[in-house]
Design a protein around this ligand. Structure first.
Ligand code: G
Ligand code: G
Ligand code: MN
Ligand code: NA
Length: 250
């Protein structure tokens, strides 16, 4: 397929870029880190959304090369940040099929000279659905490197509280659909409350995603979220625009 040929070429011609979206820490409202989000600038079609090419990369196996590239770019970029900010990188469940994943992560950290604790890996519960035992061993091996593991998009899909028993996650990211609906939906608010309630007893940090308004920010703070991400604080931007973007918010 043409799209697959294009993606293959994109990998080799450097058409893939990482953008960075700030994550705000409650205490002092400082930027504690950034989520790295991949972007593809197609030479003729313009920007292609990840929702279109990530599934294609997963089907074709290109995700291994793409994922490694994303990881290396993000670690190298984060190594230039001077306030110890963390970088969060999304991992596809398909990447767990590669027995070299732990080695790839270790090498990315080493090549970039980035301390392991400054890397967060975001996974979704689908990683815990397939090959559960093997993937939990891999997650543990990643954690043993010193990286932090986040459970992304929490509350959607097949999410079950039992996943929180199967692995000691460092962070839960509340899916942005709950934040979007919390103003109008008692159910959304109740789910947010249940998640933040768990966090204090399980000692897991909570990031609220998709925070767009001051009102959402205020309420989520009240509910005990520790970290916040969303357009209110900054959109994902190219590395070279990162400082300007911060300047705009402050
Ligand atoms: O940035 P945006 O909202 O368009 O991202 C859409 C989706 O693509 C999100 O679910 C995000 O997790 C995923 N995504 C973005 N960058 C990467 C990446 O580098 N690797 C993987 N596997 N997924 C990514
Ligand atoms: O699935 P994941 O959480 O990895 O992807 C994050 C996605 O959320 C990215 O595509 C990013 O562009 C998007 N995003 C980040 N902040 C906001 C926000 O405040 N509002 C909306 N609608 N999307 C957001
Ligand atoms: Mn994510
Ligand atoms: Na998410």
């Amino acid at each position: 397929r043409q799209m697959e040929i294009d993606l293959r070429r994109a990998l080799h011609r450097g058409e893939l870029q990482m953008h960075y979206q700030p994550i705000i820490e409650k205490a002092g409202c400082r930027i504690s880190g950034y989520e790295a989000l991949i972007r593809w600038q197609h030479p003729t079609r313009g920007p292609v959304p990840p929702m279109e090419f990530i599934p294609l990369a997963e089907e074709t196996g290109l995700i291994h090369e793409l994922g490694t590239r994303a990881l290396n770019l993000a670690c190298q970029e984060a190594a230039t940040w001077t306030n110890g900010e963390t970088v969060a990188v999304n991992l596809s469940p398909v990447q767990f099929k590669n027995s070299e994943l732990v080695k790839t992560v270790a090498l990315a950290l080493e090549d970039a000279g980035l301390p392991a604790h400054r890397l967060e890996l975001e996974i979704t519960e689908s990683v815990l659905l397939a090959n559960t035992e093997g993937n939990i061993r891999t997650l543990q091996a990643l954690k043993d490197l010193g990286v932090r593991i986040s459970l992304d998009d929490f509350g959607t899909g097949y999410s079950s509280l039992s996943y929180l028993r199967s692995f000691p996650f460092d962070k839960i990211k509340i899916d942005r659909s709950f934040v979007r609906d919390m103003g109008e939906s008692r159910e959304a608010m109740a789910i947010i409350r249940a998640i933040t309630g768990l966090s204090s007893s399980l000692l897991i940090e909570i990031t609220a995603e998709g925070v767009e308004t001051e009102e959402q920010f205020r309420q989520l703070q009240q509910e005990g979220c520790s970290h916040f991400q969303g357009y209110l604080f900054g959109r994902p931007v190219a590395a070279e625009h990162r400082m300007q973007e911060i300047g705009v918010h402050e």
